[in-house]
Design a protein around this ligand. Structure first.
Ligand code: NAP
Ligand code: ZN
Length: 370
């Protein structure tokens, strides 16, 4: 065995964990910028809890709200200007993957006098401000990854940056915050977590620790995605399971990164506005067929079906379609463009069998036109 595993995030999981463990914030300084999306940070109760904790610790703070789903360069520039003006000691992201990713990019720009576009070139002279992550969705796993994924208009897709210093120092996970999630966002984000576990498990960068985490994530998701697909409304216990699985899956991709499913999903989000997790869900079945075709006797593929409590890749596809509904209408020309964009994404190369642009096109066609 020969592997590395790096996870500098202090994970605190449980009901009321912010209030119970608030002293952890004190280690990071005396002032904060809290970064949120539009309204869910407040609606979920997470913003209230973190503000109470900061008040009681006498940590001063400012709130930067309004980060869009799939954060834009403008979101990041506005947040960075605020951080440069108020000079906080830490950045606290509250929300789904979008505000958490925005918090990370803002934390880098607070210490480095460069533009958001420069973050993609690497070579920054200073580490980011410490980041605290408080997820209100159970999906992205951004609370434990070194990535921030931004909408890159000049390239007409989404693209990630990766820096060790944006791995959150502390992640507070309280499933109560996910109780307000509408059914569609619950399903989309759970599919994102499944996609992380699956892509990580089938990655050429997988290691024994990431595999252990991926197996556990998929076993939990197998039960809970099945219940969601059958129409069950998740209670707090189910929500805790989903948040736990999303966390584990985030720990997987923090080591392995994502692969083909994410590379193909980004153009669907960029051009068609499909939510991130749902875009992934449309592509999972075809990605598994592709692997089955090229790596015939790979036991890991059978493992996935066992974990997900299904008998075939097609049955898994039916379950995912129950969760996401039908894919959007697309033309051949659009698919060719998406396949080309995906073929240029770095994460495509994280597969034991790297698909060509033509094979990517076939996957898209089968997933979206069949
Ligand atoms: P999201 O884009 O953060 O949020 C989606 C929607 O859900 C927003 O409208 C948001 O509203 C709402 N929402 C969030 N929490 C809610 C709650 N508790 N109750 C009701 N509504 C709520 O969703 P996400 O799927 O978590 O994140 C997706 C983003 O994460 C994508 O940009 C993706 O690329 C990225 N991602 C990052 C990583 C990583 O490692 N960094 C990994 C995977 C995905 P508000 O606007 O009001 O908050
Ligand atoms: Zn994802």
């Amino acid at each position: 065995m020969d592997f590395k595993y790096y996870l500098p995030t202090r994970i605190v999981f449980g009901l009321d964990c912010i209030i119970k463990e608030k002293e952890l914030l004190q280690e990071l300084g005396g002032s904060a910028l809290v970064v949120t999306g539009q309204s869910s940070a407040r609606l979920s109760g997470a913003l209230d809890d973190i503000c109470k904790a900061l008040d009681s610790l006498k940590i001063s703070y400012d709130v930067f709200a309004g980060v869009n789903p799939n954060p834009t360069f403008d979101n990041i520039r506005t947040g960075a200007t605020r951080a440069r003006e108020t000079r906080p000691d830490m950045i606290i992201g509250v929300g789904g993957g979008s505000p958490l990713d925005a918090a990370k990019a803002i934390a880098l720009l607070a210490t480095n006098q460069v533009d958001v576009e420069d973050l993609f070139k690497g070579g920054l002279s200073r580490p980011a401000l410490p980041v605290v992550a408080i997820p209100t969705t159970a999906g992205s796993g951004s609370e434990v990854t070194p990535y921030s994924i931004l909408t890159y208009d000049a390239l007409q897709t989404k693209k990630s940056i990766s820096y060790p210093s944006i791995m959150p120092r502390v992640a507070f996970l309280d499933a109560r915050y996910t109780m307000t999630l509408p059914r569609a966002v619950t399903a989309d984000t759970a599919c994102d977590a499944f996609s992380h576990a699956l892509e990580g498990y089938l990655s050429s960068r997988a290691n024994p620790v990431s595999d252990t985490l991926a197996r556990e994530a998929m076993q939990v998701l197998g039960k809970r995605l099945g219940q969601l697909a059958a129409g069950m409304e998740p209670d707090l216990e189910a929500r805790e399971d989903l948040l736990y699985a999303a966390l584990l899956a985030g720990m997987v991709i923090a080591q392995t990164a994502t692969s083909v499913i994410h590379a193909l999903g980004y153009p669907l989000t960029y051009f068609k506005g499909i939510p991130h997790g749902r875009a992934n869900a449309y592509l999972i079945e075809e990605f598994l067929h592709f692997n089955r075709e090229h790596l015939r006797n790979w036991p890991k593929l059978d493992d996935i079906l066992d974990f997900m409590q299904v008998n075939s890749i097609a049955e898994l596809g039916d379950m995912l379609r129950n969760l996401t509904g039908q894919p959007p209408k697309v033309t051949e020309e659009e698919l060719a463009r998406y396949a080309h964009l995906a073929s240029q994404a770095k994460n495509v190369t994280n597969c034991p069998m790297v698909p060509s642009e033509v094979e990517l096109l076939v996957m898209l066609r089968n997933a979206l036109l069949a």
